[in-house]
Design a protein around this ligand. Structure first.
Ligand code: CP
Ligand code: NVA
Length: 273
């Protein structure tokens, strides 16, 4: 598990999950690896593939995870990049289904920054028949390539394309879930003041929640900033399922590990030795 950035949930859930499955997880802070002294990502992938059965990587640049995947002979799991956060979205859709009994036809409204978490939810929603609405300030929309991919995936699945806009209250109307994430992602600290100004009006408040369906839930990948992107009374209120989302990271990632590294899988991507 290579981590270039901090983590509570991803690190601990993968580490605990591997232990529960009878395996071993090794936490490798990138600064402790020779990567920090210039060893190429490609060589790191080749070397680690000689020792381990899978690699989890939390990286700054999405390119790094793609390079690892290209050169590793074992599965590579993206534990968050600046572009995507697949393990989070898997747990989120699992949690929504657990709560609502189904996914198809539900409306998920994402309010805030069109970031890695938003991207992954858009791609997942498109495949799962969830209608996705995204409300961001102007200039903070999701990457157009992601929007195009999600639109194509929704079309293939016979579902609705994501709806993008700048009116958070309108997007909240009649939603089954309202999701938000931080306004300042890891690596964007120098933009903090500008972002706080731009995102004013995009906080999830009790008023916004009251526009959603009566059974609507509040979701957040965590860590959260109460009083910034979400009001304390919302995240700590009865409609919040944020700690179920966090717990489900463990269960869903265990399933992912079994799928990718479980019995019989090892032979499929044979090691070069
Ligand atoms: N949601 C999430 O990925 O949390 P961590 O940054 O704590 O891993
Ligand atoms: N968008 C956030 C998610 C943290 C889990 C970030 O990248 O920092």
């Amino acid at each position: 598990m290579i981590f270039e950035k901090p983590s509570t949930r991803t690190r601990v859930s993968f580490e605990a999950g591997m232990f529960e499955l009878g395996g071993l997880a090794m936490f490798l802070g990138a600064e402790a690896l020779q990567l920090s002294r210039g060893e190429p990502v490609a060589d790191t992938a080749r070397v680690l593939s000689r020792y381990v059965d899978g690699i989890v990587a939390r990286v700054g640049s999405h390119e790094t995870v793609l390079t690892l995947e290209k050169h590793a002979s074992v599965p590579v799991i993206n534990g968050l990049s600046d572009r995507l956060h697949p393990c989070q979205a898997l747990a989120d859709f699992f949690t929504l289904r657990e709560r609502r009994g189904r996914l198809e036809g539900l409306t998920l409204t994402y309010v805030g920054d069109g970031n890695n978490v938003c991207h992954e939810l858009m791609l997942g929603a498109a495949k799962l028949g969830v209608k996705m609405r995204v409300a961001t300030p102007a200039g903070f929309e999701p990457d157009p390539e992601i929007t195009a991919s999600a639109t194509a995936a929704a079309r293939d699945a016979g579902g609705a394309p994501p709806e993008l806009g700048h009116d958070a209250l309108r997007a909240a109307e009649g939603a089954d879930a309202i999701y938000t994430d931080v306004w300042i992602s890891m690596g964007q600290e120098q933009e903090a003041a500008e972002r706080r100004r731009a995102f004013a009006g995009f906080a999830v408040t009790a008023e916004m929640m009251s526009l959603a369906r009566p059974e609507a839930v509040f979701m957040h990948c965590l860590p959260a900033h109460r009083g910034e992107e979400v009001a304390g009374e919302v995240i700590d209120g009865p409609r919040s399922i944020v700690f179920d989302q966090a717990e489900n990271r463990l269960h869903v990632q265990k399933a992912l590990l079994i799928l990718l590294l479980g019995a019989g899988r090892r032979d499929e991507k044979s090691r070069p030795r």
